[in-house]
Design a binder for this molecule. Structure first.
Ligand code: NI
Ligand code: MN
Length: 226
């Protein structure tokens, strides 16, 4: 699978011949200034929760592409009021789309929308089809609920975890999360974007490698073959 990092917690990938975009926050991110938001393809936009740093560019990209917004009920309803189409999920629920299955799983965090509306409870996603399966944790603390993933989802090929600390788990807890989800190939995100979440990336990678795990930190704009 080709996975492109657009900065912060935003990723684009192709699955089952469809373009999936997750948590687009690009135009307000100075570190992602080289990314052309208006050329990113999207058939589906997945939104983990209501915070601005996960949905700032959803409206702009969905209006251009006609992408279906997949998120929790509150977030899809909020975009629905802007005439954008969505598919609502809630925790523990999964839905088969034409590219594969999406399951909305628990995250421990908050989820108010930019205008103060209730963004429901935050979540993460597990996506799978016959070719691949991965977990996008969203913004979350380390949680015992992560142990449910190996029991309820296909084996993960990789997982995207926040590592920036302060607003989410830090890399030390992300190492434990990788044990809980039984996946040793981790792509890190949600770090270095703001002062609160600046981290020592080489210490993070050493912490993973000391446990025999891989922490992949793509450059913004980089596409991984994963
Ligand atoms: Ni958040
Ligand atoms: Mn965030």
């Amino acid at each position: 699978m080709q996975l492109t990092f657009y900065g912060h917690a935003c990723f684009g990938l192709e699955m089952g011949g469809k373009h999936i975009l997750i948590d687009p926050f690009i135009s307000p991110n100075p570190l992602a200034a080289a990314i052309d938001v208006d050329s990113i393809p999207a058939d589906y936009i997945l939104v983990s929760h209501g915070h601005q740093d996960h949905l700032a560019d959803v409206e702009r990209i969905a209006k251009r592409t006609g992408a279906l917004i997949v998120s929790n009920y509150e977030v899809t309803s909020w975009f629905g009021a802007k005439e954008l189409k969505g598919h609502p999920l809630n925790h523990g629920g999964k839905k088969s789309f034409d590219f594969g299955t999406v399951k909305y799983v628990n995250a421990i965090h908050t989820s108010s929308l930019p205008d103060g509306s209730n963004g429901g409870d935050p979540g993460g996603f597990v996506l799978w089809n016959d070719d691949s399966c991965f977990y996008f944790a969203g913004d979350t603390a380390l949680t015992m609920d992560m142990k449910l993933l190996p029991m309820t989802c296909p084996k993960l090929d990789f997982a995207i975890l926040p590592i920036g600390d302060n607003f989410t788990m830090g890399y030390e807890d992300a190492v434990i999360a990788s044990d809980f989800i039984e996946c040793n190939k981790i792509v890190g995100c949600h770090y270095d974007t703001f002062g609160y979440i600046k981290i020592d990336t080489s210490a993070a990678q050493k912490t993973f490698s000391a446990k025999g795990k891989e922490l992949i930190l793509p450059a913004i704009g980089e596409t991984l073959n994963i």
